[in-house]
Design a protein around this ligand. Structure first.
Ligand code: NAD
Ligand code: DAU
Length: 354
């Protein structure tokens, strides 16, 4: 049986990737390596309970011995690296975990994979790939008329999160140039969709709106993000894994630049249609709050290389993807309640008590 090893597969994008990967006919089994921080949620993967193609290991990517043992046991044909501390606001309050996981963890994983790769036979070496999942935030902030980020845009990270991701990208690049590790890097824009932890803009706004709480918009609400439905990010990663050129980087985006205020207004309008309040609009709950320190003004991705070279295009528009997302949250309130109440953590404590 052939395997891929995924790190961070209990998080938002990693779990969506694992679920969509195993939904493919004839897919390789997945060795899912996740530390289960506050952001890791095995309830997201409940539909895989009893599925022998999903092997879960609660492990830290900073734990070299655990990584060596998993690589030796399962001999994956590829490693896909999603694990990270991912929330910018948390990185501002406490950067240490970001340095540890995003930089030291990526370094530890690269070292383990370098040793594993060195011992592969020629055919296995030729087929092996290390795919590093990164972000558009490494490129910094754009002015209103600046061209979109391309793969050659200079790195200019502005938050502890984006600086730690930039450092991990540089390490991945160096392991290709120095040691010949066949690496691929994707730099993606803001994702949204099912199983998104309700600390990030879109799930937070949906959750607060339904609970009658304020919808906190930072600053003037005119910061721009480029939104991509998570299922489209997963399909891009599958394409890059299958046909990307080792050593290359690929920008992934949805061609959907929106101000935060536009996003929040659209969400309120969708909720007004799908779950109307007794009186008034969800827009009435919008509250402008203190800005995020160092808040990047605009991100925009030119995903042309991925389209030209690998034929990838997003399947969802912002309108179709956001409607699906709101409908998913409305019909999966128990998943959200478990996250908010912390019940998913109790389950993890029980599951791993031994
Ligand atoms: P997330 O925070 O939802 O999930 C991260 C996962 O990594 C969690 O399951 C967590 O338990 C796990 N993890 C954290 N530290 C770990 C460690 N030391 N060892 C093992 N596992 C650990 O993040 P996400 O939004 O799913 O992002 C996944 C990746 O995609 C990250 O690398 C992020 O930088 C990148 N990315 C995210 C977005 C986005 O919009 N969310 C966009 C572009 C790129
Ligand atoms: O661009 C890709 C990045 O997108 C990923 O690398 C990160 O992991 C991911 O978290 C995301 O980062 P952002 O900081 O852009 O996402 P967030 O959802 O935190 O915020 C989106 C925008 O909304 C941003 O301009 C800040 C604003 N915001 C956010 C929150 C949580 C608000 O106005 N109010 C809020 O309460």
């Amino acid at each position: 049986m052939s395997h891929i090893l995924v790190t961070g597969g209990a998080g938002f994008i990693g779990a969506n990737f694992v679920l969509s990967w195993l939904a493919q006919a004839g897919a390789d089994s997945v060795v899912n390596v996740d530390k289960l921080t506050y952001a890791g949620n095995l309830k997201t993967l409940a539909s895989l309970d009893g599925d022998a193609r999903h092997i879960f290991s609660r492990s830290d990517i900073c734990d070299r011995a655990a990584l060596d043992s998993l690589l030796k046991q399962y001999r994956p044909r590829a490693v896909l690296h999603f694990a990270a501390e991912s929330h910018v606001d948390r990185s501002i309050h406490g950067p240490a975990d970001f340095i540890e996981t995003n930089i030291v963890g990526t370094f530890t994983l690269l070292e383990a994979v370098r040793a594993y790769y060195a011992d592969l036979g020629d055919a296995e070496k030729a087929a092996f790939r290390f795919l590093h999942v990164s972000t558009d935030e490494v490129f910094g902030s754009l002015g209103p008329t600046d061209p979109q980020f391309t793969e050659t845009t200079a790195y200019a990270p502005n938050s502890p999160y984006s600086a730690s991701k930039a450092a991990s990208d540089h390490l991945v690049r160096a392991y290709h140039h120095t040691y010949g590790l066949p690496v691929l890097t994707t730099n993606c824009s803001n994702n949204y969709g099912p199983y998104h932890f309700p600390e990030k803009l879109i799930p937070l706004m949906i959750t607060n709106a339904l609970n009658g709480k304020p919808l906190p918009v930072y600053g003037d609400g005119l910061n721009v993000r480029d939104w991509l439905y998570v299922g489209d990010h997963c399909s891009a990663i599958r394409e890059v894994l299958a046909r990307g050129v080792p050593g290359e980087t690929y920008n992934v985006g949805g061609w959907n630049e929106k101000t935060n205020l536009d996003v929040v207004h659209t969400l309120c309008d969708l909720l007004d249609e799908l779950q109307p309040k007794a009186a008034g609009s969800y827009r009435d709950q919008i509250a402008f709050v203190k800005d995020r320190p160092g808040h990047d003004r605009r991100y925009a991705i030119d995903a042309g290389k991925l389209e030209r070279e690998l034929g990838w295009k997003p399947a969802e528009t912002f309108e179709t993807g956001l409607r699906k997302t709101v409908q998913w949250y409305l019909s999966h309130q128990s998943w959200v309640e478990d996250v908010i109440s912390g019940d998913y953590r109790n389950w993890v404590a029980k599951q791993y008590a031994a």
